[in-house]
Design a binder for this molecule. Structure first.
Ligand code: NDP
Length: 452
């Protein structure tokens, strides 16, 4: 590889995508440097998926405590201490951060601590130092976005939610995407009086409509207040907390207001214009199937690009980029049938097309759907349904989409994602023997379509 530059590859951003790409490239023999202005690990490890899931685990004890008497337990529960949870979570994040640092050094990747900026297509500046590189990878991720309303600075985002001094007694969550519904479950489970306000009429836009309805019912069933056609329009500090005036002129007070109103690519002050990197709608970096930007030697992966903002997607993009550019392989990335989970309560696992996406794409569809009370809830007396749903192409019998809501569905869907990605048919699902007694067996035992 060229000795004309300090490095063969310089990666800006040590999150999931950047760390994976740099390690794989170094493994292929490239001289690699990476820079990070915050903590190595990125959004997922430091302030996203990982701490979020730890908080979800903590909040799920509420459900277990509530259900335990049905199974003969008494005097369950106890006092919850937010500070202990946050301290334990921080220790775990420190441990993971150290592992990531070790992974980089063991791979021989040089870490420069500081914000990286492109000076031109081959020069990156970090802390006033210039480094030259044959190829540059931008993996800077995204940042929370908050609507520009009066008093918005009184609100928090998921970044701050992980470090609150105390658990708010009354919390308002604005938005109804992944982060909003996950944090609604967390705060509610831990004991906060939780309200979710959404500007439209059903949470989780973009997911299958049956999934959205069942999650909504599950959240409400657990005590989350969901207010539709309502978004915060003004925040004011008052004696008792934060007064929120909503878009419909209603007013309420909370101890914390969390904006979960989306994330934007972290592209500002990065020198992208200087280097000639083209941004598409929403300031996302436009890339081709090999993660190449409009500049020949500059690549981008993860949330900063115009693709899907999920950690495993960034990992796959970073890995494929490194294999292609430094490992002599030809690895374009395909985002088709990317599975996803929402760690709401109840949780969601999903892969492939929703019913409406399949219909809009022109498929003649057969829908198989089962709504049932999970076995675990029977003795507990919990009135709640789980959902299993298959969207099937009526012409070819191929399963186009698989959607599940209920206990353990994120774990369940990984295997079904293999089946959907492999293009298996409903008949092949039916030939598979179920595992009994599980909820997952519904996905191979639904015989009658509910609609076509
Ligand atoms: P989403 O884009 O999923 O949701 C944003 C929400 O905010 C939507 O409900 C949107 O409403 C609403 N909203 C947007 N603008 C406004 C506004 N001006 N006023 C009021 N409401 C508004 O973003 P998230 O922040 O929840 O998550 C960001 C990304 O992070 C996700 O897309 C996902 O890729 C990733 N993520 C994945 C997780 C997982 O895999 N489990 C967990 C957390 C995040 P509307 O529907 O009307 O647009």
């Amino acid at each position: 590889m060229s000795k004309q530059y300090d490095y063969d590859l310089f990666v800006i951003g040590a999150g999931s995508g950047g760390v994976r790409a740099s390690r794989i490239a170094a493994g292929h023999g490239a001289r690699v440097a990476i820079c990070e202005e915050s903590r190595v690990g990125g959004t997922c490890v430091i302030r996203g998926c990982v701490p979020k899931k730890l908080l979800v685990f903590a909040s799920q004890f509420a459900e277990s405590f509530a259900d335990a008497p049905g199974y003969g337990w008494s005097e369950v529960g106890g006092r919850f201490d937010w500070a202990s949870l946050i301290a334990a979570k921080d220790r775990e994040i420190d441990r993971l951060n150290q592992i990531y640092l070790r992974l980089l050094s063991n791979a021989g990747v040089e870490l420069h601590e500081g914000r990286g900026r492109l000076v031109d297509a081959h020069i990156v500046e970090v802390n006033g130092q210039h480094y030259t590189a044959d190829k540059i990878l931008i993996a800077v991720g995204g940042r929370p976005w908050v609507p520009d309303i009066p008093g918005k600075e009184l609100g928090i985002t998921s970044d701050e939610a992980f470090h609150l001094d105390r658990l708010p007694e009354r919390v308002l969550i604005a938005g109804a995407g992944y982060i909003a519904v996950e944090f609604a479950g967390i705060f509610n489970g831990l004991g906060s009086d939780t309200t979710l306000a959404y500007r439209r009429d059903l949470i989780l836009r973009g997911f299958d409509d049956d999934v959205r309805r069942v999650v909504q019912d599950g959240l409400r069933n657990r005590g989350v207040a969901i207010a539709y056609h309502r978004a915060p329009a003004r925040l004011e500090q008052v004696d008792g907390g934060i007064r929120v005036t909503f878009s419909d002129d209603s007013v309420a007070e909370y101890d914390a207001v969390m904006f979960a109103t989306g994330r934007v690519p972290y592209v500002w002050d990065l020198g992208l214009e200087q280097a000639g990197v083209h941004l598409g709608p929403g300031n996302r970096i436009e890339v081709d199937d090999y993660s190449r930007t409009s500049v020949e030697n500059i690549f981008a992966v993860g949330d900063v690009t115009d693709r899907i903002a999920l950690t495993p997607v960034a990992l796959m993009e970073g890995h494929a980029f490194a294999d292609t550019e430094f490992g002599g392989q030809d690895r374009p990335v395909s985002h088709e049938n990317t599975p996803a989970a929402v760690f709401s309560q109840p949780p969601v696992g999903t892969v492939g097309l929703s019913e409406s996406e399949a219909r809009e794409a022109g498929y003649a569809v057969k829908i198989f759907r089962s709504e049932f009370t999970p076995m675990k809830y029977t003795l507990a007396g919990r009135q709640e349904k789980a959902l299993m749903k298959l969207v099937v192409d009526a012409d070819t019998d191929r399963v186009l989409g698989c959607h599940a809501v209920g206990p353990d569905t994120p774990e369940m869907l990984q295997g079904f994602a293999v089946a959907v990605r492999a293009g298996l048919t409903k008949a092949q699902f039916d030939q598979t023997i179920g595992i009994h007694p599980t909820a997952a067996e519904e996905l191979v035992t639904m015989r009658q379509p509910v609609s076509s």
